[in-house]
Structure formats: structure tokens, C-alpha cells
Design a protein around this ligand. Structure first.
Ligand code: ZN
Length: 287
């Protein structure tokens, strides 16, 4: 398998500039299709991006992450159900687990769960309120003697600042035949193509790499995995969260703000089914 270039390795292939978002040039490799932006400063990247503002301040993150706890728990249960078609419950590592609601859903489905999360407010909430085992920090700093049967990268793979290193670490943490569950946004989806530079996932610096089915599989294959299965998640989101995404990812037209505010007041507290046209799950198996 030929190596796809990564965002930070010195790849000699030509990178073409696709667009500039929030001052970040988003480029694509003409050779392997890898799409990414390069952050100038890596130091403290996780702390800055995954500050409390990300989880509570709206913008690209969550306007109130804790408000979505029931939905996230349900999502965890749904994913555990999907995984049960391929393996029986064992040890799970959830990378970027936030407060751990998705992980809690796996726990309720029989999994022995461990999490790693850069934001300490979230990690602390999961430890205290949900009684979960969560290490504060990045995957690169994660220390354990445990070998896992499943690693979750749910809405995380585009934010890994060193995908090469992360995938080697994940491979080494997994048992033979171990699985990786990835939930990721598809840059080649119709929604992404239509939205162009306004696509909500073009939100550097919290997302720095974008994938299609092809480029994601390419990267995992290089690190010793094979695509086992894929599908579309049934996802529900809080309407306020949806409106916050719309607000961030559309041009500033007149009346946009008052209209969004009105909608938020009228229906914001309800949940809606997210039309998952640009979102997929993938299950990779260590080979
Ligand atoms: Zn390349």
C-alpha cells in the first residue's frame, strides 16, 4: 500500500490550494487527495481548541454540550448495537471522549470502557458524574498497559494533529483483530460539494484534516487496517446546536441573525434528526 501523505510529514507532492477559511489555507495533495490545513503553532493546540469555550461557547463546537447528553448516550447505544454484529463486548478506548456520554452508552451495552480527553472540565465531569475512567490529555500522552478490542474515533479523526502518529499508536494499543470505529464527515458528499467553502466542517483550527471514503481508507490501510464495514449513523441533534452550525457556516446575509434567534427561541429546545448526508461511520479491522 502506497503511503498517503500526512499533514505534517514532509511530503514532496504538489499541494493545490482549494480555499482559505478563517485565514487558514486548505490544501489538497494532487497525488493522494489528502486535504488538510497546516497549523503554524502546534504547541498548546489541543488546550486552545478544546477549551471550555469549545464545549460551551457555541461556534464550531457545542453551544451547550451537556444539553445533548441523552442524544449522545443514545448514539453510544446505537453504535454498540452496530458493533455487536462484528464482535462481542470487550475493552474499549474512546479517543476524544469529552464527558463520556457515548462511552456510557457502550458501558451500558457491556463494554469495559476507558477514555482519553484533552479538555479537563469534560474529563472531570465524566469521572465525577458518570463514574468513568478518563485520562485528561492527548492520545500521544496516553499511558496504559491495557490492550483494547475497540478504539472509537467519533468526530475526532479530522482533528488529530498528527494522524500518522495517532494511527500507529492506535494500532499498537489494539489486540489482534481489534477494531476502530470512526465517525467522520465526507468531504466528497453532495452536501459538502454544494456548500463549498461554507461547508460546516471547514472549521479550522478545530478540524484540520478532511476525508472522503477513499482518503480515509487509504490512511488506515497504510497503518495496517482494512475497511470492514461502513454506514450512515442515525443521528439526532438538538435544534439549537443545528442552528449554531448553520450560523457559523453560512454567509452573513441580512436578517440571518434575527431569524436564527427567532428559530432558536421557538424550537431550539427540541431535537431533530440530522440528515446524515455528509456523515458516515466506518469500521476498520487491524490485520
Ligand atoms: Zn499526498
Amino acid at each position: 500500500m502506497k503511503k498517503a501523505c500526512s499533514s505534517f510529514a514532509a511530503c514532496k507532492e504538489e499541494k493545490k490550494l482549494l480555499l482559505v477559511k478563517k485565514g487558514f489555507p486548505i490544501k489538497e495533495c494532487t497525488h493522494c487527495g489528502h486535504r488538510f490545513t497546516q497549523l503554524k503553532e502546534m504547541e498548546g493546540h489541543l488546550d486552545k481548541v478544546y477549551s471550555d469555550e469549545y464545549f460551551f461557547g457555541g461556534k464550531d463546537g457545542y453551544p451547550g454540550y451537556l444539553l445533548e447528553k441523552d442524544l449522545l448516550l443514545k448514539s453510544g447505544i446505537n453504535y454498540a448495537k452496530i458493533i455487536s454484529k462484528y464482535t462481542k463486548p470487550g475493552k474499549l478506548l474512546d479517543v476524544g471522549c469529552a464527558a463520556g456520554f457515548i462511552m456510557k452508552g457502550f458501558e451500558q451495552s457491556g463494554w469495559d470502557c476507558y477514555g482519553v480527553e484533552p479538555n479537563n472540565t469534560m474529563a472531570e465531569y465524566g469521572r465525577k458524574e458518570l463514574n468513568l475512567t478518563i485520562q485528561t490529555g492527548s492520545l500521544e500522552d496516553y499511558t496504559t498497559d491495557i490492550k483494547f478490542d475497540l478504539v472509537n474515533l467519533i468526530q475526532v479523526v479530522g482533528s488529530l494533529y498528527d494522524p500518522d502518529k495517532s494511527l500507529s499508536i492506535i494500532n499498537s494499543l489494539l489486540n489482534k483483530d481489534g477494531l476502530v470505529l470512526v465517525e467522520s464527515w465526507n468531504m466528497k458528499s453532495i452536501a459538502a460539494r454544494i456548500a463549498g467553502k461554507y461547508w460546516h466542517e471547514y472549521c479550522p483550527p478545530s478540524v484540520i484534516t478532511w476525508f472522503s471514503d477513499k482518503t480515509l481508507s487509504q490512511m488506515f490501510e497504510y497503518y495496517g487496517f482494512q475497511l470492514h464495514s461502513k454506514g450512515r449513523p442515525v443521528k439526532k441533534i438538538n435544534i439549537n446546536h443545528g442552528l449554531s452550525l448553520v450560523g457559523e457556516s453560512t454567509p452573513n446575509l441580512p436578517l440571518k441573525k434575527p431569524l436564527l434567534k427567532l428559530l432558536s427561541k421557538a424550537i431550539g429546545k427540541y431535537n431533530m434528526r440530522y440528515p446524515a448526508v455528509d456523515l458516515k461511520w466506518y469500521l476498520f479491522k487491524k490485520i
